[in-house]
Design a protein around this ligand. Structure first.
Ligand SMILES: Cc1cc2nc3c(=O)[nH]c(=O)nc-3n(C[C@H](O)[C@H](O)[C@H](O)COP(=O)(O)OP(=O)(O)OC[C@H]3O[C@@H](n4cnc5c(N)ncnc54)[C@H](O)[C@@H]3O)c2cc1C
Length: 515
């Protein structure tokens, strides 16, 4: 008989586990499907506790789960994020920095401004991000992407968040259990009971309790208890492309209560990696991601401490290993891996939580009603997420490949042809002559689409051979209109947008307008 999917068991209570449980339970509640969700987590195995940068997708996820933005900001010490600023990646010179904002370029659906920017008048020294959009200006000025009266989850600029990962999991747990009816079990999963076809029938906990289920979501982090431990699905490493295999993290308090809170992630290139700097309401999260083949742990810590300065002297650090790569398949039998159990690569561009959200969208929106329907959904899921992982690896590698830095082995090795994926090399050959465009990508929902590629490529001043467009043409006139519109929006917002810390203070005090 073809069993129906009625009970989903999520294993693991980190960000992945609680996003998964809340998303599934909210969907069941909305549709009245009657599907039950249980989350089991160990109180002996800690969560990873890092993962502070998100994507704008988080606004959708929170709204779908039914969490008010005000509650989220207050509970998770959250701040707004409007993109990333990459410092020292292009040539390492004193003023080497560019933005990858979250807004797309002006007129993105109608015109490609890149060739117009490239052939702009000689006396116009604007960088690409500022020429095509106003968000870099907001970031530079420390201004927020919304005001206190902008409705929840809306903004005058696209935005994501910086958050405290531990507090985020607690918020989701309280909401999942209290509002969405998730059954929460504390216990260590010891081993599964399998059916003849290899499906998991139930999980046995160390204390002897048994948890039956129809679908199991493996959110056990690096332990990968089910997808690795039970199914032994091979892990595809990517160290030959992305060299970072270690991180050292530090939590840095602000000097004063009114210090500016940076409204974007800062990623500063180092001799053998890069340092993230993320501003939360109460503190900064700072960490050094590096390649142990190119720098010792002690030297990496010294570089982090030098970056933080004297206020970091008394602060402790946390060391984390990064086994970069992903599973060959994510959905096997009636088990699907989400979060670190599915894979992880260095957090440049902060894509891990986004992948968890995308995975849960795919699972919740297409939840197989029966076991036999699972085969097709699983195959589609595996194809889609293999593609996403491959593209994310390529996009991160892009940051290293088009650098002109040759000052250390790390940067020189990163440009070695053998370390560059074929697909990326092929596109780079094309992008010398054409700016990235939608037709360069084959998946309907690329995680990094052409605007992201444009911001990085043109931020790093790659590709200078684009055809000149006749300044008297209709196309040039249209470009001028969009640039002028962008300049007007910039001027208007600089006069109106609140200071980032002031807005966060007001949200904590009064709350945002509810939609
Ligand atoms: C250095 C670093 C920086 C990062 N920065 C970012 C970032 O900026 N943005 C971003 O999106 N992501 C980032 N990430 C990734 C992000 O932290 C994770 O994707 C996210 O926290 C999800 O983790 P998880 O829930 O999969 O795993 P974990 O948090 O490790 O949770 C695993 C859970 O499984 C449970 N468990 C394990 N074994 C058992 C068992 N036998 N029985 C029961 N339960 C068990 C544990 O108790 C725990 O609850 C970063 C990661 C690292 C390492």
């Amino acid at each position: 008989m073809d069993a129906t999917v009625q009970h989903i068991v999520v294993v693991g209570g980190g960000s992945a586990g609680w996003i998964a449980a809340c998303r599934l339970a909210a969907q069941a509640k909305r549709t009245g499907s009657g599907v039950r969700v249980t989350l089991v987590e160990s109180s002996n195995v800690p969560t990873i506790g890092v993962g502070e940068g998100t994507w704008p997708t988080m606004r959708n996820t929170l709204a779908k789960i039914g969490i008010a933005e005000t509650d989220f900001i207050r509970s998770c010490d959250a701040a707004f994020k409007q993109g990333a600023r990459f410092v020292g990646w292009t040539d390492g010179s004193a003023d080497d920095a560019y933005y990858h904002p979250l807004n797309p370029p002006a007129g993105a659906t109608e015109i490609d401004l890149a060739p117009h920017w490239l052939h702009r008048p000689a006396d116009d020294d604007a960088d690409f991000a500022s020429w095509v959009d106003y968000q870099a200006t907001l970031c530079d000025a420390g201004l927020a992407p919304k005001t206190i009266v902008t409705p929840e989850y809306a903004g005058h600029a696209n935005y994501a968040y910086h958050l405290d990962a531990g507090k985020f999991a607690t918020l989701l747990r309280d909401h999942g259990v209290g509002t969405l009816g998730v059954d929460h079990v504390l216990g260590d999963v010891a081993h599964p009971h399998l059916a003849d076809n290899g499906d998991i029938v139930s999980l046995e906990l160390r204390d002897g309790r048994v948890l039956p289920g129809d679908l199991f979501v493996d959110c056990t982090g690096f332990a990968a208890l089910l997808i690795g431990g039970v199914y032994d699905v091979p892990f595809r490493r990517c160290h030959d492309v992305l060299f970072a295999d270690r991180a050292i993290a530090m939590q840095v308090p602000y000097d004063g209560e009114d210090d500016d809170i940076t409204c974007h992630t800062v990623a500063t290139a180092q001799d053998a990696g890069w340092i993230w700097d993320i501003g939360l309401w109460t503190r900064r999260g700072v960490g050094h991601v590096y390649s142990s083949a190119h720098i010792s742990d002690d030297a990496a810590e010294a570089a982090l401490r030098a970056y933080v300065g004297p206020r970091g002297d008394a602060l402790s650090v946390r060391r984390i290993g990064i086994d970069g790569g992903h599973r060959e398949r994510f959905w096997q039998n009636n088990c699907v891996a989400v979060g670190l159990s599915a894979g992880f690569i260095e957090p440049l561009e902060a894509s891990a939580l986004m992948l968890i959200e995308a995975s849960m969208d795919a699972i919740a929106d297409r939840l197989p009603r029966t076991r036999s329907a699972m085969e097709v959904v699983a195959r589609q899921f595996n194809d889609t997420f293999r593609h996403h992982w491959q593209r994310i690896i390529e996009f991160l590698k892009l940051h290293y490949v088009i650098t002109r830095r040759t000052d250390t082995d790390f940067w020189r090795d990163n440009r070695a042809a053998a370390s560059i994926p074929d697909g990326l090399q092929e596109r780079l050959d094309l992008w010398r002559y054409h700016s990235p465009a939608p037709q360069d990508f084959d998946h309907a929902r690329e995680v990094f689409s052409w605007p992201s590629y444009q911001y990085v490529l043109h931020g790093m001043r790659f590709g200078s051979r684009y055809p000149r467009i006749d300044p008297g043409s209709a196309e040039a006139a249209m470009a001028s209109r969009f640039v002028a519109r962008n300049d007007r929006a910039r001027a208007e917002l600089v006069g109106r947008a609140p200071r980032h810390r002031d807005l966060l203070r007001a949200v904590r005090e009064y709350g945002l307008q509810r939609v």
